[in-house]
Design a protein around this ligand. Structure first.
Ligand code: GMT
Length: 379
């Protein structure tokens, strides 16, 4: 099948999932065309079935707001037509779903019938999409999609609660390719970050308010009173300056590292003893799953789709949003002895395998086949 994948190329879960999906499909012989405004960060393997089409925006003084959606639409029309695509799969509804809808209508006037699938990732529904400035367009684009998927049951529920969606939403969870995660820490890095064998806590996010990164800092400050530990932050975003200030205020900076944005996170996850995710909403929590694939247990909130990923008391623990003391207690329970930690590590890895690529990829392929087939019947 020839598939166009539309995605955000930057750091963020939806782009990672879309890229990993495309690379895995290409390995299975599908022809994959990534369509976005810069090279996706995880697109590190160029195979014979992988193509990249860059969306460029013409700069013109009149464009105070650059019309990305329009140039994306034109690019979709061009790629579908000239590469003879069978299907478009857009990741993150805004503005990809409405651009795909528009491209579909334009192509229809030329006798080309292209179906499109919209995958909802989270904030396109829970934070941004349901705002009245986007809602009517998102609702329309979902209803006009040939199929809609959500990455968790909770996200499906949220979508049905806040939008007048009149079509079926299929839940296809995010996945991991275990080949991409290392479970062996590099000794030199371990020595660098935890010279005296301290436990290493890791948090990875885009440092947006929704992640409540300050809670990570508070959990760490309390935990280090009970157990020798270090904290590594990966990622960057609007809240980072506040978190750096908080670290100074709490007096924890000597035991904290801010690594910023990293292309590969496998080496850092391999060092970690515990992954901490304190989000207020989280449709799935791909970063937590990636940690689990690296044998790292997770303490997180019980928000959104996180309970569908982390098993309370088995591969980690879930706490109410903002319940710092409970998170500290949970972290201590996991880290207090090597034996308990080893057990949680084993369980985390086993849980990650429930989301193995081999289990999830056929669900997408099956959906693609159904959508393309019903599009042919309609033609
Ligand atoms: O919030 C982020 O981390 C970025 C965002 C994205 O779209 O890139 O993540 C969302 O999609 C991920 C992949 O499906 C999910 O794992 C995240 O839980 C989700 N983020 C939120 O719901 C806040």
């Amino acid at each position: 099948m020839k598939i166009g994948i539309v995605l955000y190329p930057t750091y963020g879960g939806s782009g990672v999932v879309a890229t990993e999906l495309g690379m895995a499909l290409a390995k299975k012989g599908h022809e994959i065309h990534f369509i976005t405004y810069s090279l996706p960060i995880r697109l590190d393997e160029f195979g014979e079935n992988i193509f990249y089409h860059e969306v460029r925006i013409l700069d013109y003084p009149l464009f105070y707001y650059k019309p990305y959606e329009l140039v994306l639409t034109s690019k979709l029309v061009d790629v579908v037509k000239h590469e003879n695509l069978d299907l478009l799969h857009v990741h993150y509804a805004i503005p990809h779903a409405s651009a795909a809808y528009m491209a579909k209508q334009i192509l229809k006037t030329e006798g080309i019938h292209i179906p499109f699938i919209t995958t909802l990732h989270g904030t396109d529904i829970t934070l941004v999409g349901k705002d009245s400035s986007f809602e009517p367009v998102i609702t329309f684009a979902m209803n006009e999609s040939d199929a809609v998927t959500a990455v968790s049951k909770d996200l499906k529920k949220e979508t049905l609660t806040h939008f007048a969606v009149n079509r079926h939403i299929e839940v296809i969870p995010n996945f991991i390719n275990p080949e991409h995660y290392s479970t062996k820490p590099a000794e030199n890095l371990k020595k660098k970050y935890a010279p005296n064998g301290e436990r290493i806590l890791v948090h990875i996010s885009n440092f947006r308010r929704v992640k409540r990164v300050g809670d990570v800092a508070h959990v760490f400050a309390k935990l280090r009173e009970r157990i020798p530990c270090k904290l590594i932050y990966v990622g960057d975003g609007p809240e980072r300056p506040n978190i750096e200030q908080l670290c100074r205020k709490l007096g924890t900076c000597n035991d904290t590292e801010f690594l910023g944005k990293l292309r590969g996170i496998d080496q850092i996850l391999a060092l970690a003893d515990l992954f901490v995710l304190t989000s207020e909403t989280e449709s799935f929590g791909l970063a937590a799953l990636e940690a689990m694939a690296s044998n790292v247990p997770v303490i997180s909130t019980n928000a959104g789709g996180l309970p569908e990923v982390v098993e309370h008391g088995i591969s980690g623990f879930l706490s109410n949003v903002g319940d710092i003391d409970d998170m500290v207690e949970n972290a201590y329970t996991i880290l207090k002895s090597d034996e308990t930690l080893a057990n949680f590590r084993k369980n985390a890895n086993a849980r990650a395998h429930d989301f193995h690529l081999d289990k999830i990829l056929p669900q997408y392929e099956n959906l693609y086949a159904r959508v393309v087939e019903s599009n042919m019947i309609r033609e």
